[in-house]
Design a protein around this ligand. Structure first.
Ligand code: ATP
Ligand code: MG
Length: 303
């Protein structure tokens, strides 16, 4: 089934991006259009595609090109049904034949098999059609917009996977992380944290972003994850530990270095509590150290 996605009430885009998107929308009234969005992980590529579909009330279909291992895999497969082998059509043929559909091809530069993109080529090139024995002639419907996204920092464009002839047929949009004041607005609006909490998160994100030993990007997705954790009561240190993908040593030295600047990063002491539904419902969990002495005796006698 194809759905028009729900609009994000707090989606912000630069005037550059909006200008380009507006032209794409106009061009799509003349013929199907291909747009390639490149940008770092979590900078808002997918959400832009979704928001475009939502704003223009277009159905959206998203496909992971990164997991394709053979040509035709997007279109359908043979499956056993009641003892018979039948061809089962997937969503992709339906999407491309749906007028005004927004088709999002994720990680277009990373299919598992180089030939996996072969059948996409004719769909994306001026032909706008492909013949399949199983499905006949598939023609791209009027108004369809293809968005391909790829992560900068991966091989980027220029690999043989995205061949030059095909790349030529895409409008290119380069996206970057949002400026601090926009990210701040988003954190507050989407998670309900306070302005002060948002400022703290952005300060720390900036510190992490300029830290060369951290082998990971702090994306808007990451700061949103931190903000969500904080919004349900986590300390900043907890939220960072649970949201920033890095190794233990890097994380510890980071927390220590941040701790020197910010006094409120205390993690609290680690204690072990009984975690069962019963204890949870009664709200009676207490640390091991507070157990009555006779219980402890019982434990040690069994040991
Ligand atoms: N401009 C923006 N306005 C509001 N929210 C945003 C914006 N950009 C990103 N976000 C939020 O940040 C998160 C990550 O964005 P998104 O998934 O679009 O990134 P992406 O570039 O597609 O990531 P990936 O490279 O992992 O596919 C989402 O929760 C999204 O809602
Ligand atoms: Mg994405």
């Amino acid at each position: 089934m194809l759905f028009i996605p729900e609009e994000d009430p707090y989606y912000y885009a630069s005037s550059n991006v909006l200008g380009t998107i507006d032209k794409i929308e106009k061009l799509s009234k003349r013929h199907p259009v291909n747009v390639l969005i490149a940008g770092k992980q979590g900078c808002g590529k997918s959400s832009l595609v979704k928001q475009y579909a939502a704003v223009h009330r277009r159905p959206l279909a998203t496909f992971q090109v990164g997991i394709l291992s053979e040509p035709g895999q997007l279109f359908g497969e043979y499956a056993l049904e009641g003892g018979e082998t039948k061809y089962k059509q997937f969503l992709f043929p339906q999407a491309l034949q749906t007028p005004n559909c927004v088709i999002h091809l994720e990680e277009i530069n990373r299919p598992e098999h180089p030939k996996a993109l072969n059948m996409l080529f004719s769909i994306l090139s001026d032909d706008r059609q492909v013949w399949m024995d199983e499905l006949g002639l598939l023609k791209v419907a009027p108004g369809v917009v293809f968005f391909a996204t790829l992560n900068e920092g991966d091989e980027f464009i220029g690999t043989e996977l995205l061949d030059a002839a095909l790349r030529d047929r895409f409008y290119l949009m380069l996206m970057d992380y949002l400026p601090n004041e926009v990210e701040r607005e988003i954190l507050i609006n989407k998670t309900g944290i306070t302005g002060k909490q948002a400022d703290d998160i952005i300060d720390i994100a900036n510190a992490l972003r300029s830290n060369p030993t951290l082998l990971t990007e702090i994306s808007t997705r990451t700061t949103l994850m931190i903000a969500e954790m904080v919004s349900v009561g986590a300390t900043l240190a907890e939220a960072i530990s649970n949201s920033v993908q890095t190794n233990k040593e890097a994380l510890e030295s980071l927390l220590i270095s941040l701790h020197m600047e910010k006094g409120y990063l205390e993690m609290g002491e680690t204690e072990y509590l009984l975690y069962t539904r019963d204890v949870l419902l009664k709200g009676e969990s207490r640390p091991l150290a507070e157990n009555p002495p006779e219980e402890k005796m019982a434990c040690s006698q069994h040991a």
